[in-house]
Design a protein around this ligand. Structure first.
Ligand code: HQG
Length: 181
């Protein structure tokens, strides 16, 4: 079983294109495990039909916790780009958060703030290692921004739970952002 391929397909289905799988997400992004398994097996992209143990294996063994099974339902924890708004659990953020990005995007971010761009939320990291990993996807020598989430939260900016390493926000204005030095 190619678990990386399966994990990417699940993220694609649950974050970006549920309609391609005839899936309908609920307001928190869940579908039933059974619906997802049936939808994936319909296309049979793997050497055998997938089952719930494969989904559990991916969640347990991936480099990041991208998906969650709750009872008989499963969802992507972050990353959504679908038009329907996925509501996330509001949290009190840690005092400082980080964002890894590219040199190319830096000027625009320092001028305009952090925007969700193609996704529903801005994605922030709880530590610099995670932020470096995020930034490196696009720029080997990535830029790390430091977010004063303590002040932002005190000023009324809302933050939401992604996973243990990822915190979500609607928009972070540039007065809460500085370059890591
Ligand atoms: C940038 C992956 C110009 C932003 C990761 C980023 C993460 C701006 C890019 C998760 C901007 C959007 C999300 C502005 C933000 N002007 N550029 N005003 N504001 N940007 O992929 O945070 O492996 O949508 O800096 O690890 O890179 O898929 O967001 O570079 O957790 O599970 O616009 O996806 O997780 O890129 O990544 P993305 P992201 P997975």
């Amino acid at each position: 079983m190619d678990y990386t391929k399966l994990s990417k397909e699940i993220s694609y289905a649950l974050r970006h294109a549920p309609w391609e799988y005839e899936l309908e997400l609920d307001s928190e992004g869940f579908v039933t495990v059974e619906q997802l398994i049936n939808a994936i097996n319909e296309n049979s992209n793997y050497d055998r039909p997938i089952n719930v143990s494969d989904l559990e294996y991916i969640i347990k063994n991936s480099d990041k916790i991208r998906h969650e099974i709750k009872g008989d339902r499963i969802r992507a924890l972050y990353g959504h780009s679908i038009p329907m708004h996925i509501s996330k659990e509001p949290i009190v953020p840690p005092d400082v958060l980080y964002h890894g990005t590219t040199h190319k995007a830096l000027e625009a971010i320092l001028n305009d703030g952090l925007r969700p761009m193609g996704r529903q939320y801005v994605h922030l990291s709880v530590d610099t290692d995670t932020a470096i990993q995020v930034g490196r996807r696009r720029d080997p020598d990535s830029v790390i921004l430091v977010i004063n989430s303590h002040k932002a939260y005190a000023d009324g900016v809302r933050f939401y739970k992604g996973n243990d390493k990822v915190v979500l926000a609607d928009f972070i204005s540039n007065n809460y952002i500085k370059l890591n030095v």
